[in-house]
Design a protein around this ligand. Structure first.
Ligand code: ZN
Ligand code: ZN
Length: 158
């Protein structure tokens, strides 16, 4: 797994062409822990590269993810991109919709237990936490009833 801080030299070493959009896209995703969608990355990249298209941003995100520089995660709000490619789990705030990185929980022990119980070969696992983040708790905000998984757009920027 590649560390978050891995630099552009490594990109070059791996033979990935460093087009300006690709470099910007990587910077944008790594500069936030908000797990942005392609649309949000596009908005931010466009500020510095006004002629870039959403299709270009999307295509480059997928390339960077397939090369291991970014992680992808499918969500109810669509595909999100994660600059943190190390092992970790996620906490989704049911009030503001932000997704936070949290330390990986169950680890290899959990995988072994699942493998032993099912006979499956477990190569990876994901634990998802849901609740109220610290900021929302302090403000006394509660999740909206019937909207348990409000994970779309808007509130993810910061
Ligand atoms: Zn929150
Ligand atoms: Zn993450």
């Amino acid at each position: 797994m590649l560390a978050r801080q891995e630099g552009l030299d490594t990109l070059r070493a791996r033979g990935l062409r460093l087009t300006r959009p690709r470099r910007l896209i990587l910077d944008v995703v790594r500069a936030t822990d908000a797990h942005p969608t392609a649309a949000l990355v596009y908005q931010r990249v466009r500020r510095r590269l006004p002629r870039v298209s959403l299709a270009t941003v999307y295509r480059n995100l997928r390339v960077l993810a397939s090369e291991g520089f970014l992680a992808e995660r499918a969500d109810t709000g669509g595909l999100r991109f994660d600059g943190n490619t190390g092992p970790h789990d996620h906490f989704t705030c049911l009030v503001c919709g932000r997704i936070y990185d949290v330390p990986a929980g169950t680890g290899p022990g959990g995988r072994r237990r699942v493998a032993a119980r099912t006979g499956f070969e477990v190569l990876d696992h994901r634990t998802e936490y849901y609740g109220r983040c610290g900021a929302c708790r302090r403000r006394g905000r509660s999740p909206v009833k019937g909207q348990r998984r409000r994970t779309h757009g808007r509130s993810q920027g910061h």
